[in-house]
Design a protein around this ligand. Structure first.
Ligand SMILES: Nc1ccn([C@@H]2O[C@H](COP(=O)(O)OP(=O)(O)OP(=O)(O)O)[C@@H](O)[C@H]2O)c(=O)n1
Ligand SMILES: C[C@](O)(CO)[C@H](O)COP(=O)(O)O
Length: 227
């Protein structure tokens, strides 16, 4: 089955507070986004990669590709005002309705090869595959009146990407108007009344969000380079 990968990197990186959006910051001597693209290309060099970034960043990205001699084939698509809109633009750029598509945050460069592989296999069988991990800490629900209550962490999962789908279904799901509750692609999919299928992600697959994540990211990239 034909495989697509939409890498969304249309955000501003407000919480990172850097002078450029975080997806272009270097770890291990290369922009974060290139590590992420490489992870998918390494999984399958025949994959159709779509990179979604703000149209105003196209010249920056092209110059980074020259500077780092980045040759992985991909199609550039313009980002939207929100992650939902960026994903939708990526999906609309795919004309076919046959195949599988993994939607992945550009700022999650440490996704395991086995997670990518399992996400396509499971989505082919079950319609969707959403990477999640167990919680390690205890959690409490805040009730707003200064009180809080114990919650059983076994009842919860932390949601990552990739979130992989049968193309026809996720394209249809994204035809709805945008809603605040669409914090990821699984929430858009389940709006159709379809149950999402969870798969186990990998703990290192962090979403690089704030400055302290950069130290851990640098550690991980160096560890991976030595392995
Ligand atoms: N309009 C947007 C907003 C976000 N994203 C992407 O969605 C992923 C997850 O978003 P997040 O980590 O929140 O990134 P930012 O929006 O850049 O960060 P912040 O919220 O701190 O501004 C990132 O790869 C980001 O680039 C996107 O493609 N288009
Ligand atoms: C899609 C996501 O990475 C899953 O954890 C997350 O929902 C993105 O959230 P953000 O609000 O864009 O940081």
């Amino acid at each position: 089955m034909k495989k697509f990968g939409i890498i969304v990197a249309g955000g501003n990186g407000t919480r990172m507070g850097a002078s450029i959006p975080k997806q272009y910051l270097e770890i291990g001597g290369e922009p974060i986004l290139m590590h992420t693209m490489k992870a998918f290309f390494q999984y399958d060099p025949t994959i159709n990669l779509i990179l979604v970034i703000p149209v105003s960043d196209f010249p920056l990205w092209n110059s980074l590709c020259d500077k780092f001699d980045f040759k992985i084939p991909h199609q550039l698509v313009k980002g939207g005002q929100s992650r939902f809109q960026s994903v939708r633009n990526g999906l609309n750029s795919i004309l076919s309705t046959a195949g599988l598509v993994a939607i992945h945050d550009g700022v999650r460069p440490f996704v395991n090869q086995s997670v990518i592989s399992r996400s396509y296999e499971e989505a082919a069988k079950k319609g969707s595959a959403i990477a999640v991990i167990n919680l390690k800490d205890s959690i409490r629900k805040i009730s707003g009146d200064g009180k809080s209550n114990f919650q059983d962490r076994q009842d919860f999962r932390l949601v990552q990407t990739p979130q992989t789908f049968q193309l026809e279904k996720i394209k249809k799901a994204f035809e709805v108007p945008e809603s605040k509750q669409f914090t990821d692609d699984a929430t858009v999919y389940e709006q159709q009344g379809w149950q999402v299928n969870l798969i186990e992600g990998n703990p290192e697959n962090i979403k690089i969000t704030s400055p302290e994540d950069m130290d851990y990211a640098e550690f991980l990239v160096n560890r991976n380079n030595k392995a």
